[in-house]
Design a protein around this ligand. Structure first.
Ligand code: GBH
Length: 464
């Protein structure tokens, strides 16, 4: 491996999610999902449901080797449980055939936040039955599509779905209850374990989950990670790490909740929802851990601080902003954190392959007649790929990298003004135009490595 190349067979591609691109929310028998009415914007999104042949062709032209998409539960089982809607599965059937014909390896995610409304009406994720319904749904999808998908991811970012959806209420279904959030998180873990069993029973080749692992550090550590922390700050970092990361990693990969998290859950909701045998189910062996990384969590001890609703139990912890370069959403750009987190996972949770399943950024793109010159996005991806490569050099088993995302899309609560795509979408006409970053990424894929010389960085300065 030269200083800029990646291991042979390294998997390059992009990720998307059903709700954010498909549109067509009532086509062919799809049932309603919790996001249909929650997003302030109209939900036509990228009309990918009808334009998938063009989008697959676009990926082929850009040289993508892999495509991670999510399946809409409400398309497959409109009422969430019970009758399977074959017409909904037909869509994914067509998509898979096109991907394979284009030489693109599909990676399927079964849940990217778009819970069927009927399941929410019966209690949503805080209801234990939801885990069982999810496993039935997983089996139905695998039955129909399993012959063409090797790698299955159960859940995308259960922390976000549980704590932003049921705790902070800024995502659908918009509930604001710490007890519901912890219970939802546990049932998502259970759903993961049961779905892994169902997928294995169907003969799935590879199964995994996708977690948003956020490196947690103090402001001083952002520029000097080796910095020694005060006892108070170290405790704050450890507590937020338990809530954000180990709450999911430890049950899935070690079969136990972190000892320092249990009292926090117990104070909030008790432990009655954690039944005997659950942790054994949750810890089904998996083959691949998908890691989504955007930005670190920067915290410090601050005794007067109330808990952040997204992190129930975070009393006395201040979430900080630090003077780094930021994306348009204000997320700090700290590429070195990707090295730290991949290194940490490979040391603390050894024996499992890793894949960066999402990494990317929103910027205000300037669309001109001669193209979209999104140098900030190129810089962002290049810096993160250098960080990823450094982790691989240090021995982290990172098998691939998927950019978030192919198309400008419907960014959840934020609607259409957030632009994460390698490809620009004009939502009035649905015209797609590759940005400079898409063309740059195509070259990275073609040479299985970065250019020898770095891009000029007129606007992006990172501190780490
Ligand atoms: C991903 O989530 C999603 O998988 C994807 O659908 C979405 O479009 C994409 O990111 C861009 O948003 O400020 O307390 O929430 C990323 C979610 C964002 C969760 C950063 C953690 C920082 C902590 N992550 N966030 S907080």
């Amino acid at each position: 491996m030269s200083t800029t190349s990646f291991p042979e067979g390294f998997v390059w591609g992009v990720s998307t999610s059903a709700f954010q691109i498909e549109g067509a929310t009532s086509a062919d028998g799809r049932g309603p999902s919790i996001w249909d009415g929650f997003s302030a914007d109209r939900v036509e999104a990228c009309d990918h449901y009808h334009r998938h042949p063009e989008d697959v062709q676009l990926m082929k032209d850009l040289g993508m080797a892999a495509y991670r998409f999510s399946v809409s539960w409400a398309r497959v089982i409109p009422a969430g449980s019970g009758k399977v809607n074959e017409a909904g599965l037909d869509f994914y059937d067509r998509l898979l055939d096109e991907l394979l014909a284009a030489g693109i390896t599909p990676y399927a995610t079964l849940y990217h936040w778009d819970l069927p409304q009927a399941i929410e009406d019966n209690g949503g994720w805080p209801a234990r039955d939801t885990a069982r319904h999810f496993a039935d749904y997983a089996a139905a999808v695998h039955d129909r599509l399993g012959d063409r998908v090797d790698t299955w991811f159960t859940l995308n970012e259960p922390w976000v779905a549980a704590f932003l959806g049921y705790g902070a209420g800024i995502h659908a279904p918009g509930r604001k209850s710490a007890a519901d959030a912890f219970t939802a998180a546990h049932h998502m873990l259970l759903a993961h374990g049961l779905a892994v069993q169902a997928l294995r029973a169907g003969g799935a080749a590879k199964v995994g989950a996708v977690l948003n692992i956020s490196p947690v550090l103090t402001p001083a550590q952002v520029s000097d990670f080796g910095r020694t922390l005060s006892e108070e700050d170290a405790e704050a970092v450890t507590r937020i790490d338990a809530l954000a990361n180990r709450q999911f990693l430890d049950p899935m990969l070690r079969g136990a909740y972190p000892a320092d998290l249990l009292p926090i859950i117990e104070r909030s909701v008790g432990l009655g929802h954690v039944q005997d045998g659950d942790l054994g189910l949750i810890a089904q062996p998996i083959d691949l851990l998908g890691v989504n990384y955007y930005t670190p969590l920067v915290v410090q001890a601050q005794p007067s601080e109330p808990a952040d609703p997204a992190f129930p139990g975070s009393e006395g912890v201040l979430f900080c902003t630090v003077p780094t370069a930021v994306t348009a959403m204000g997320w700090s750009i700290v590429p070195n954190c990707l090295s730290l987190l991949l290194g940490r996972l490979s040391r603390e949770y050894p024996g499992i392959d890793l894949m960066v399943t999402e990494n990317g950024a929103d910027f205000v793109d300037v669309v001109t007649g001669d193209g979209i010159h999104d140098v900030d996005r190129i810089n962002f991806i290049e810096e993160h790929l250098r960080a990823l490569r450094a982790a691989v050099e240090d021995g982290a088993p990172v098998r691939g990298y998927l950019v978030w995302t192919l198309l400008d899309n419907l960014e959840w609560s934020d609607g259409y003004q957030r632009k994460f795509g390698l490809v620009h979408v004009d939502f009035a006409t649905q015209r797609r135009r590759p940005k400079d970053s898409a063309l740059w990424y195509r070259d990275v894929i073609a040479r299985n490595g970065l250019p020898e010389t770095r891009q000029k960085r007129p606007t992006l300065e990172t501190v780490a």
